[in-house]
Design a protein around this ligand. Structure first.
Ligand SMILES: [Zn+2]
Length: 218
């Protein structure tokens, strides 16, 4: 159990940060986190049904992109096909975080994509946080719905009536994107609650910061 210690530790530390900051429940096993070994078709992912407070490094499953076990005795998260689908479609992504974080999830139940509101969100996450249509957790329909949205090259999505999907070039970036998503989702929820008209950035600014993002992704 030594070959993939680093990637397992990365997934465990990311899980702990998400729990400590309210993105995942301590007593629940809802949500799931994975990271890909850069340049390899190997993924470390949280197991199914183990509460986060008791999660240990050796509990993290190591699988290939066909979800065959490489290391670990527990079953991988039932959302493993969704994580693997992201890695197969996005070579820029080496970490995937799925949570049920409250403000982003509020928008998922009113089916509101987050438009271009702030410069740093366009640069870090993308020009929109789109909604992935609902399908049962762990289903092939959900995987297909996720895959159908990945072409916009954004790093965050809302899954309708379910939660979020945040991506990153590594676990640290995926975590930062989860935090930034929750921040902008909170502001957007508050703004929607006023009933006032919401100002998005001007088109010229959206084009400018989209270009900045493209340069960063290269
Ligand atoms: Zn979920």
């Amino acid at each position: 159990m030594k070959n993939y210690d680093n990637i397992r530790r990365e997934v465990l530390e990311t899980s702990h940060w998400l729990v400590e900051n309210g993105y995942l429940g301590r007593l629940s096993s809802g949500g799931n986190i994975s990271a890909r070994v850069p340049g390899k078709e190997i993924v470390a992912i949280t197991p199914s049904g183990i509460p986060y407070f008791s999660l240990k490094e050796n509990d993290i499953c190591v699988i290939d992109l066909n979800i065959n076990s490489i290391e670990g005795s527990l079953s991988p998260s039932i959302e493993a096909p969704m994580h693997v689908g992201v890695y197969q479609h996005r070579s820029d992504v080496n970490a995937v975080i799925h949570t049920h974080q409250p403000f982003a999830n509020t928008l998922s139940i009113i089916n509101k994509p987050i438009p271009a509101l702030f410069e740093e969100v366009i640069v870090e996450i993308g020009h929109e946080v789109d909604i992935i249509p609902y399908a049962y957790s762990g289903s092939s329909d959900l995987v297909a719905n996720v895959n159908s949205k990945l072409g916009n090259l954004c790093h965050c999505y809302l899954i309708q009536n379910h939660g979020t999907l945040c991506l990153g070039t590594d676990a640290k970036q995926a975590m930062k994107n989860s935090e930034l998503l929750e921040h902008v989702a909170q502001i957007y929820c508050q703004a929607l609650a006023t009933g006032e008209q919401i100002q998005t950035l001007p088109q010229s600014a959206i084009a400018h910061f989209k270009e900045m993002r493209q340069l960063r992704l290269k």
